[in-house]
Design a protein around this ligand. Structure first.
Ligand code: PEP
Ligand code: MG
Length: 756
């Protein structure tokens, strides 16, 4: 009986020799198709390569009319070849001309060949071309022949990807590998980023394709699979993982896949056909990827992603490869491209070189996105397929405003974005010029513009933006990006560092605001049906006093000899503040007993986020030194709209009468009680909203640092007294309570030359 694996093995060995010979690319291709045809006993073997204009061009043929080379062309999806490229799947036909997609190309003289086998030339799931064999006699190719041609196509993929074919590509045309691609994603962080791709998980380039000894490779595969399975079991048995539902589910899927017979059989088959173990994994992975790109069912896509991740792990096992790009190759303008990544991983990159982040997955609220926003770089999420389409070092533009990614952009697009970036830079320069101008409205009201922060990467923005201080320091971010609960000493060192870098400007630390959408991996509460209304923030802190006391102690120690400003999130009743004060008092006493230095001054505040506090305003203000309105949550709870649910979050306007009236009541209560009131939700950073806030009596707001300039430019032109008159009249008008005041405010700004 014929050894089925001998044929492909001989062919692959011959191809390897051809790849190494010093031949001109056309000559090399010609010899390759000749070898394939003779090895597969086919009368015809042809290679079509996909150009960037979506046309498949005949690059070499054995058997068809040679004059047709570089002339015969088929569009993606056109004819059998175009169908194969578009579907990324092989076609095996005993009577090609009977196939509905068959397109007759007279110059090739192919009408006499009946049977047809074509396979896509795949690289990371993308079709780069098509490899075809044909015979006169009507026959169906055996599975092992299909398999052999697919393996051969892998070698062709390397040749296309190596750039070897550039020399024989007509001037003005490009191959698909360098094709510009635009991807529509979602805007996760504003701004424009121009730079070069850095793949977060570097693609493992398998250079050793063909094996010398199949048995040895099968052995290597078995060993790698063995260690992969053990490592997954290991992860599953770790206690911290077994606590976590979602993570555990992913690992269990991995374990199932790692034992999947079909998958393993495919890998073994590819090795028997002459590939090394790593090339076999890559080959099967490429097919899976191609399938994944065509799937529309999100669940199935997710499972395919899992397979893909697993294949990457296996490749790393087999090649020992996976090191990050070395520092010297790291571009000055790096755009990090990842399927998903952890926040801490992003912080590992040289910060000054990171110009943007692109994620295939992830949500706006994911930690890495929070950190990237803190770094002030543009972010595009939900960019489907970007990892497979990008290569390290590719030019890339990301548009965080519109949620778009442009890979290998054409010159015109580069120019257009260059203009946009310059325009933004000019505006930033104008804002910077305002930095040292006194923050007063045109009618002389002093306003305090502060910034929100949560990580050390935020701190340099304080002097850059000219903010008066940090009005909201979200301490939970340190907890969210850590893999274990930060110890008291770590917290203390962190707060000390924050105060030091703030250089004497006031910092308002908010105690832990976890729960709700803010998940801390090592602190997992039970599932809640309504987490936003659940066990979170101050509620959790009061039930776990140890946690809160540790944090308070860290704050007291870090601010020794300085001013400490702290506030509590999600307060519902004034009594909660009393309870926290009692704990704080205990900590203060403990520190004094130990002879430790205490803060020089202590300010105790509350966030106003729960509507119930609106009917306790005077009691609240008697209890605290200041109040800070968390308009994100206060709006969510007042209007009963989930702030994270895009279908409802924009349904009502923060500039509608109900919410502005609520805010005005708070500002008035502040005046009455002589209690400073600030507002630190997202609305403070929008010039038009900030204008409204100053109109209803707010004199201090805190926002992301990037908004300080635009808000300041607005208020310098604002006559707050004049606005207050008109705005109060509109708010007191009961004729139409549902009307938004946005049009009125926009008109006021336009009439008075206020930039909003
Ligand atoms: C708010 O709710 O407005 C707020 C500032 O807090 P966070 O966004 O952290 O919930
Ligand atoms: Mg809040």
């Amino acid at each position: 009986m014929r050894d089925l694996s001998a044929g492909p093995r001989v062919l692959l060995r011959r191809l390897r020799e051809l790849m190494a010979e010093p031949l001109e690319p056309q000559e090399r291709l010609d010899q390759i198709v000749r070898q394939i045809a003779s090895n597969m006993v086919a009368e015809v073997c042809s290679v079509y390569v996909l150009r960037s204009d979506g046309v498949l061009e005949l690059y070499a043929t054995e058997g068809l009319n040679r004059e047709a080379v570089h002339l015969s062309q088929l569009k993606m999806g056109q004819g059998l070849v175009g169908t194969i490229a578009a579907s990324a799947q092989p076609l095996n036909l005993s009577d090609a001309q009977a196939h509905p997609a068959f397109a007759y190309l007279p110059e090739t003289g192919e009408e006499i060949y009946h049977s047809f086998l074509g396979v896509p030339i795949l690289r990371t799931g993308r079709a780069l071309g098509v490899l075809v064999v044909q015979n006169k006699a009507s026959r169906t190719y055996r599975d092992d022949e299909v398999e052999a041609l697919e393996t051969t196509a892998m070698v062709m993929a390397e040749m296309v990807a190596s750039g070897d074919l550039k020399k024989i590509t007509r001037p003005g045309l490009e191959l698909d590998l360098s094709r510009p691609v635009s991807i529509d994603g979602a805007s996760f962080g504003e701004g424009i980023g121009l730079g070069y791709v850095v793949l977060h998980e570097p693609r493992i380039v398998v250079t050793n394709l063909l094996n010398e000894d199949s048995e040895h490779e099968l052995q290597r595969l078995a060993e790698a699979l063995g260690s992969l399975r053990i490592s997954i079991d290991d992860m599953l048995s770790r206690r911290d993982v077994s606590m976590e539902g979602e993570h555990r589910a992913v690992l269990e899927t991995y374990r199932m896949f790692a034992h999947d017979r079909g998958w393993v059989r495919k890998l073994e088959e590819a090795i028997r056909n002459g590939l090394t173990a790593e090339a076999a994994v890559e080959r099967v992975q490429s097919e899976t990827k191609a399938r994944m790109m065509r799937l529309t069912d999100p669940y199935l896509r997710e499972r395919m992603h899992d397979f893909d991740d697993l294949a990457n792990r296996l490749l790393r096992q087999l090649t020992g490869y996976g090191a990050k790009m070395s520092a010297k190759d790291f571009p000055d303008d790096a755009i990090i491209v990842a399927r998903a990544m952890g926040a801490a991983e992003l912080l590992d990159y040289p910060r000054q070189n990171v110009r943007g982040l692109v994620l295939e997955d992830g949500a706006v609220t994911s930690h890495v996105v929070i950190v990237a926003r803190a770094m002030g770089v543009p972010i595009v999420g939900q960019a489907a397929g970007v990892v497979a389409l990008a290569e390290n070092g590719d030019a890339i533009i990301i548009d965080g405003d519109d949620g778009k990614v442009h890979l290998r952009p054409v010159q015109d697009l580069q120019n257009a974005y260059g203009d946009k970036v310059r325009f933004r830079a000019r505006r930033q320069a104008q804002f910077r010029a305002l930095r040292d101008v006194e923050t007063k409205t045109q009618d002389g009201l002093p306003i305090s513009l502060q910034m929100n922060a949560g990580l050390l990467v935020d701190l340099p923005h304080l002097p850059e933006s000219g903010a008066a201080g940090i009005g909201l320091f979200r301490t939970e971010l340190q907890f969210m990006i850590a893999s274990t609960m930060p110890k008291m000493e770590e917290q203390e060192a962190f707060y000390r560092q924050v105060l030091k870098q703030a250089g004497g400007k006031p910092v308002t630390f908010r105690t832990l605001d976890i729960g709700g959408d803010k998940v801390v991996p090592y602190f997992r509460a039970t599932e809640e049906e309504n987490p936003a209304l659940g066990w979170r923030a101050i509620r959790l802190s009061l039930d776990r006093p140890g946690l809160l006391r540790t944090q308070l102690r860290a704050m007291l120690r870090a601010a020794a000899g300085n001013e400490l400003k702290l506030m509590l999130p999600m307060v519902t009743e004034v009594s909660e503040l009393r309870d926290v004060r009692a704990l704080l008092q205990k900590e203060i006493e403990r520190q004094s007993k130990l002879g430790e230095q205490l803060p020089r001054k202590l300010q105790f505040g509350a966030m106003l986020e729960v509507p119930a506090l609106l009917w306790q305003l005077d009691e609240l203000m008697a209890e605290v030194d200041f109040v800070s309105v968390g308009s994100n949550d206060l709006f969510q709870f007042s209007m009963a709209v989930d702030r994270g649910n895009a279908r409802v979050s924009d349904r009502f306007d923060v500039l509608g009468k109900p919410f502005l009236r609520i805010l005005r009541d708070i500002a008035r209560a502040g005046l009455r009680n002589e209690t400073p009131v600030t507002l630190c939700g997202e609305m403070a950073g929008k010039p038009l909203c900030a204008m409204a806030l100053f109109g209803i009596g707010f004199r201090a707001v805190s926002m992301s640092p990037i908004s300080i300039g635009p808000v300041k430019a607005m208020l310098l032109q604002l006559d707050a007294g004049k606005l207050a008159e008109q705005l109060n009249a509109a708010l007191d008008d009961h004729a139409d309570v549902t009307a938004s005041l946005r049009p009125m405010l926009t008109e006021f700004a336009a009439k008075n030359g206020i930039p909003v």
